[in-house]
Design a protein around this ligand. Sequence first.
Ligand SMILES: O=C[C@H](O)[C@@H](O)[C@H](O)CC(=O)O
Length: 273
Amino acid sequence: MTKLKFVHQNKELDSGVTLIQDVSSKNAPLKYAGVKLLQLQKGAVYSEKLGKTEVCVVALSGKVTVKEGDNQFENIGTRESVFDKKPTDSVYISNDHDYQVTAKSDVAEIALCYAPSNKQLPTKLITAADNTIEHRGNHSIKRYVQNILPEDNPAANSLLIVEVYTDGGNFSSYPPHRHDHDNLPEESSLEEIYLHKITPKQGFVFHRVYTDDRSLDETMSVENNDVVVVPKGYHPVGVPDGYNSYYLNVMAGPVRIWRFHNDPDHEWIWDRK
Ligand SMILES: O=C[C@H](O)[C@@H](O)[C@H](O)CC(=O)O
């Protein structure tokens, strides 16, 4: 059985810096994407030296200052919780840079989203206002999407990043789709990471990852701060009534294009009136 779910941890990295998730090709069936979830106490500093990797620092909650070379972005972040359900600020940093993140609020949570990068691009603040918003779906497949780094934003070499909110009783990433065939223009090959958050925090959601031939077919119950990786296959999410779901998606692959293929068995779901 392929390990697709990574349960949250609480590992003290440094004074005031707690590592909750660290998922990458080193410990998961991934070749491109990676994610870290960190919680920082006020004044705590997380530093990193990038190789041939780009990173997008997403200010999930609280406020942080991000410094890279001569670039300093002070007090970024717009929300106390991801469930404030509004866009936040992020900073894109490409390969071979050193950067530091310092917490400015009592507690700050950041997601570090990684993908391969060989061409240095400008370090860039992606403000909340730069996010594009979508309301997708109908019936019981309604979700609200905040695009942080969609493919029409040329700021990154490989990264595609989006936040998705799904209220209880709804499915998202549904009808099921895949993007695991390098077959443009019909379909692109992107692996994907889901960083899940749920409110109230004792909740869970169902996440299935399966392939057409069912050689991979895992249905998982996923809890707050768990990560699910999607190396290939369809990947629908179901949210029990009474709870609301948030997930941060990190996608990356050979080409920075998002073209998905719906599971033919369930594509009719989109056509309902
Ligand atoms: O491929 C993208 C991911 O599966 C999600 O971001 C999905 O598109 C979100 C949704 O449309 O429900």
